[in-house]
Design a protein around this ligand. Structure first.
Ligand code: PEP
Length: 263
């Protein structure tokens, strides 16, 4: 099955709503021809909550071909959960995607696989596609246990998820040692774990379902390394942090097909 590549920018705790609007505008302008030439790549940005309304307004008004979403979602529906943002609130802002279980949230907010399974459910309850982030730290990589560690995260976060929902999920393999470090995994490293994730989806659901799920790589992706990573058969896109804050660089990443054919 042909999987549409997804290039998603995780802006983390950067850009106020004015900067976010400017960045989306420039990105859309830079990609204006890409839709025509390379129209099978989906591009998304994940701004801070405070920018979502502005991004929505811009994307809707100018009918921009850019998707957007949030960096986190509450597992709760409503009520006494100060500071949390519910799936229904994100859906009202037109969010297509939400990142769930980014390693920074797992580390700084102690998010467990059980909580993440609830967040995945909350996203689907509101018609938002979760981008489930998984990946090992340096200690696990040094022991050579990256595949089993990552698959255990998958098992935990997909617990109880039915096939109808699972077939829509996006999974981002992000080795923690490669995030924001400039230390990019080799294409072979990315393929090893992304392929194993697809294998696990086959075991948990079916080969047909696994074949349709997009598995992204994330960790120090740049325009100079995206093409070789995207050449791997089980890598269907990228979750990009630092480089997504620069629209010129992010647009080049989104146009990875131009690098692949040497344009
Ligand atoms: C990320 O935040 O998901 C990420 C991959 O960051 P960076 O591209 O900066 O390594």
């Amino acid at each position: 099955m042909a999987r549409t590549p997804l290039i998603a920018g995780n802006w983390k705790l950067n850009l106020d709503h004015l900067e976010a609007t400017h960045t989306v505008q420039k990105l859309a302008w830079l990609l204006r021809d890409a839709k025509h030439d390379f129209n099978e790549v989906e591009v998304a940005v994940l701004p801070s909550f405070t920018s979502l309304r502005s991004v929505q307004t811009l994307v809707d008004a100018d009918k921009l071909d850019i998707k957007y979403g949030a960096q986190d979602i509450s597992a709760n529906v409503s009520g006494a959960f100060t500071g949390e943002v519910a799936g229904s609130q994100l859906a009202k802002l037109g969010c297509d995607y939400v990142a769930v279980g980014h390693s920074e949230r797992r580390e700084h907010h102690r998010e467990s696989n059980e909580l993440l399974a609830a967040k995945v459910g909350a996203a689907f309850d509101n018609g938002i596609v979760p981008i489930l982030c998984v990946g090992e730290g340096l200690d696990v990589r040094k022991e050579g246990k990256q595949v089993e560690f990552t698959l255990a995260q998958i098992d935990g976060a997909l617990e109880g998820l039915d096939a109808e929902r699972a077939k829509q999920i996006v999974i981002a393999y992000e080795p923690v040692w490669a995030i924001g470090t400039g230390e990019v995994a080799t294409p072979e490293d990315a393929q090893e774990v992304c392929g194993a994730i697809r294998g696990r989806l086959t075991e948990l659901y079916s080969a047909e379902l696994a074949d349709g799920v997009r598995v992204l790589y994330g960790g120090s992706v740049k325009s100079s390394n995206i093409a070789s990573i995207m050449d791997k058969p089980d890598v269907d896109g990228a979750l990009v942090g630092g480089a997504s804050l620069d629209p010129d660089e992010f647009a080049k990443i989104a146009r990875f097909r131009a690098h692949q054919v040497g344009l």
